[in-house]
Design a protein around this ligand. Structure first.
Ligand SMILES: O=C(O)C1=C[C@@H](OP(=O)(O)O)[C@@H](O)[C@H](O)C1
Ligand SMILES: C=C(OP(=O)(O)O)C(=O)O
Length: 426
């Protein structure tokens, strides 16, 4: 297996141009494909997750042109995909798998959707249940409630509101919202119980509005898609820098110096930009511009006790910042970590213990108490989880060398992460 050893360091300094947001890139690609006319997408993320979405759209017959670096022209087909039969492989990209399930289930055609083995362990039952209420024909090809899926043409019926659970993943509601305009009928969605990761729904609604579909909403409980909704290309769209990817560099700045990330600013539509609030509570000196954020070294890193439901991805970075505080940090309301690229609560606990931390894990929380001295030369397993690899790179800033196993797992969202990280280490 490939390994990467990062040298001990204490200081960072530099500017990082962020890769495009995964969440915005994959939503924008799909919405552009569902629109009439061509859309030019600039600053698209180039990574495994977006490659899976691009391949899927190509398989469905959507015209795609990579006309400049990270710039794509998508010629939409108004939801009427030229290819009505396809086998589609979506890797481990939740932002491709969930929305494409909903879109293909309502678009009409015969499709199978599969992914890597871990994707086949990530739940999708709540989305399938909701789509079936709308008349979708979906079968589980292996285990009930999980991919792979077989989809056939639907018999659409939106006379009743569609009930959907949102306590396992917000991507199910996102998927339903993005797909329902294809029916051209009025559709009402009711969220049953708690909805997690709410800021991702804001990204979805914001981008749908940019493509001409304005969803009416009653808080987080009820969403109505008006009859005759139609996706209209905005012609050109720019993808913001990825706020979750920014978290590693901003944390590095707070721990060891001064780092500015470019491509993301105070008016970002991504919920993970609120990571900066948590970092500021932990002592980081943060300043914002329209298209950049800077983190300066904290006088002292402080512990935090935080409900992290609104920032599930960037919250992993806080678990590493906790190693630089004195005392116990508690990250709460993170049950969704258990059904992501790996069981992230278990993985984080196991690997944090390798660097000497005392860790308590519960069903939906993690408590981290750092050691007086970080253990040097730990060898970190990454569980095919890009965020495990990126998070643990920050341990090297505590003056200890660290080895990251399978560093290329960062390809999911940030292929040149380690080169960018090396560029700020002094
Ligand atoms: O909609 C999105 O773009 C995402 C939603 C979140 O998932 P959950 O809603 O499953 O928490 C997040 O973890 C994921 O990386 C991206
Ligand atoms: C949970 C993640 O990915 P996905 O979009 O596959 O859910 C993530 O990127 O942290």
């Amino acid at each position: 297996m490939e390994q990467l050893t990062l040298p001990a360091s204490h200081q960072v300094q530099g500017n990082i141009t962020l890769p495009g947001s995964k969440s915005i890139s994959n939503r924008t690609l799909l919405l552009a494909a569902l629109s009439e006319g061509a859309t030019e997408i600039r600053d698209l993320l180039a990574s495994d997750d977006t490659s899976r979405m691009l391949e899927a759209l190509q398989t469905l017959g959507v015209k795609l042109e990579n006309f400049a670096e990270n710039a794509w022209r998508v010629t939409g087909c108004g939801g009427n995909f030229p290819n009505k039969k396809a086998e589609i492989f979506l890797g481990n990209a939740g932002t491709a798998f969930r929305p494409l399930t909903a879109v293909l289930a309502l678009a009409g055609g015969d499709y199978t959707l599969s992914g890597v083995p871990r994707m086949h362990e990530r739940p999708i039952g709540d989305l399938v249940d909701a789509l079936k209420q709308a008349g979708a024909d979906i079968q589980y090809l292996a285990n009930s409630g999980f991919p792979p899926l077989k989809i056939a043409a639907p018999n659409i019926d939106l006379s009743k509101s569609i009930k959907i659970r949102g306590d396992v993943s917000s991507q199910f509601l996102t998927a339903l919202l993005m797909a329902l305009p294809l029916t051209k009928q009025k559709a009402t969605i009711e969220v049953v119980g708690e909805l997690i990761s709410k800021p991702y729904i804001e990204i979805t609604l914001n981008l749908m509005a940019k493509f001409g579909v304005n969803v009416q909403r009653d808080g987080w409980q009820r969403f109505t898609i008006p009859a005759d909704s139609l996706y209209i290309s905005p012609k050109q769209i720019f993808v913001e820098g990825d706020a979750s990817s920014a978290s590693y560099f901003l944390a590095a700045g707070a721990i060891g110096g001064n780092v500015r990330v470019e491509g993301l600013g105070e008016n970002s539509i991504q919920g993970d930009v609120k990571f900066t609030d948590a970092l500021a509570i932990m002592g980081g000196e943060i300043s914002y511009g329209e298209n950049h954020i800077t983190a300066n070294k904290a006088a002292k890193i402080k512990t935090i006790d935080l409900d992290c439901n609104h920032i599930p991805d960037a919250a992993m970075t806080l678990a590493i910042v906790a190693l630089f505080a004195q005392g116990t940090t508690t990250l709460r309301n993170i049950a969704s970590w258990r059904v992501k690229e790996t069981d992230r609560i278990a993985a984080m606990a196991t690997e944090l213990r390798k660097v000497g931390a005392i860790v308590e894990e519960g069903a939906d929380y993690i408590k981290i108490t750092p050691p007086a001295q970080l253990t040097p030369n730990a060898v970190i397993d990454t569980y095919d989880d890009h965020r495990m690899a990126m998070c643990f790179s920050l341990v090297s800033l505590g003056g200890v060398p660290i080895t990251i196993n399978d560093p290329k797992c960062v390809n999911k969202t940030f292929p040149d992460y380690f080169a960018q990280f090396a560029s700020i280490v002094k």
